[in-house]
Every structure is written in C-alpha cells, then in structure tokens.
Unconditional design. Structure first.
Length: 252
C-alpha cells in the first residue's frame, strides 16, 4: 500500500480537524479573559468608579463655573440699572458725560463704582475682569482717577485673554501716560502690537503711534504708523492711520 502523504498522515494529536485548533485557541482566550475578569473584577470596578467620579467632578466644576459667571453677570446687570445715564448734551458732543458740579450725580456714580468693585472682589474668571473694568470706567466718570487706575490695575493683573485683556491693559497704559510714564504706556501697547491677534494687535499699534504723537515723539510716531501701513494695509483702521501719518509728517 502506498504511503499516506495527505491529511491522514498527520498524527491525531497534531491534526486540526475542521478548525478544531482555531476553536481551541478561541476557547483558551475566552477562558483567560474570563479568569482575568473573575480575578480582578474588584480592581476593575474600583478603576471604573474612579473614572466616573472624575468625569462627574469635572462636569460639576464646569457647571459651578457657569453658575458663578451667570450670577456675576446678573449682579452687574442690577448695578447697571442704577448707573446715571450720560448727559444728553454729551451724546451730541456738546458737553461732558457728567457734570462735575452735580454732587448728587457724582455720588451716584461713586456708589455704582463701589458696587461693581464688590462684585469683582467676590468674583472669578471673565465676570471678575468685567466688573473691575466697569468699576474703573465709572470711577473715571466720577473724576476719581486714582481709584480708576487701581481698578484697571486689578483687571490687568488677572491677565484675561482677548479683548477683555486688551481693554484692561489699555486702561493701565492710558493712566500711565496721564501720569507722565510715556515709555511705560508704550511698552504695554508694544507688547499687544507684537503678540496680539487681529483687531487687538492693529489697535495696539495704532494707539502706540497716537501715544507718541500726543507726546511730540515724531520719529517714534512715524515709525509706528509706517509699521501699521506695512502690516495692515487693508485694515479698517488703515484710513485713520494714513491720516495720522500725514498729520505727523506735515507737522514735522
């Protein structure tokens, strides 16, 4: 008889009959997984509970932050109701926002500024920055420039991103310039002009040029306006910058 060279020649203990080997591998894998789960289910349950707790804690933190911001916005809205409206003549360009001789109005402004500060002192995040800025603006209207400067400093110290951060920084820069610290103000504008984005960077460079122009620093002002023209030729501010550049050139 010819020697068997096909499937029947393979010993029974090595033969994979109809995929029995694959089934055996799958069975062994399933058993290994089952044994692992049975042996470590308490650990896995603990890890799962920790992960769920972390997710819940993070979600609760976000919800708490949202609630805090909503509460701060509501408090500021209530304060805004008591802020005196600007004088109608101011809207027509015929007078100041507030009559400094109207003591009742000035006292109302002081009260509103203090209310905004109270919100800021107990606040956090965006709402806190906004409250400090509002307080600074109302202190300015009341003629309390030192208190306005302090409020802007508080807002600026929070290092808010975007337009809020720029607004706080610009307030600090203006107060520095008014106090005679032109280079200190210029440094703030220069920083935002260099690292700011979009409108903030454009506005900061424009303000830098105007700052130098206002303090008769002709060459510095011309350099800032020229830089603006090269960087932002299509900006909405470009016509105003071009006009300022001509003004400085003609004056020089």
């Amino acid at each position: 008889m010819a020697k068997d060279t096909g499937r029947d020649a393979i010993p029974d203990d090595e033969r994979d009959i109809e995929g029995e080997g694959e089934v055996d591998v799958l069975f062994r894998t399933q058993m290994a997984i089952t044994n692992f789960l049975l042996g470590y289910w308490k650990h896995l349950l603990g890890i799962t509970m920790v992960l769920l707790a972390c997710v819940y804690g993070y979600s609760s933190m976000l919800e708490t932050a949202r609630d805090e911001q909503r509460n701060q916005q509501a408090e500021m809205a209530r304060v805004a109701l008591d802020v005196p409206e600007p004088d109608p003549l101011f809207r027509m360009g015929l007078g100041p926002m507030d009559d400094p001789n109207d003591e009742e109005r000035i006292q109302a402004l002081r009260t509103s500024a203090l209310s905004y500060q109270k919100v800021a002192e107990g606040g956090s995040g965006t709402g806190q920055v906004m409250a400090w800025i509002e307080a600074a603006e109302i202190w300015t209207r009341a003629g309390e420039h030192d208190k306005a400067a302090a409020a802007y400093d508080e807002a600026h110290a929070l290092q808010a991103p975007g337009i809020l951060g720029w607004t706080a920084a610009a307030g600090v820069a203006v107060n520095k310039a008014n106090a005679g610290d032109v280079e200190g103000a210029a440094a703030i504008f220069r920083q935002f002009a260099d690292v700011g984005e979009g409108y903030v960077a454009e506005r900061a460079l424009f303000e830098l040029g105007m700052l130098y122009e206002a303090h008769a620093k002709v060459s510095e002002s011309q350099a800032a306006y020229q830089e603006f023209g090269e960087k932002y030729p299509t900006s909405e501010l470009a016509p105003r910058v071009a006009e300022a550049a001509r003004r400085v050139r003609d004056a020089g």
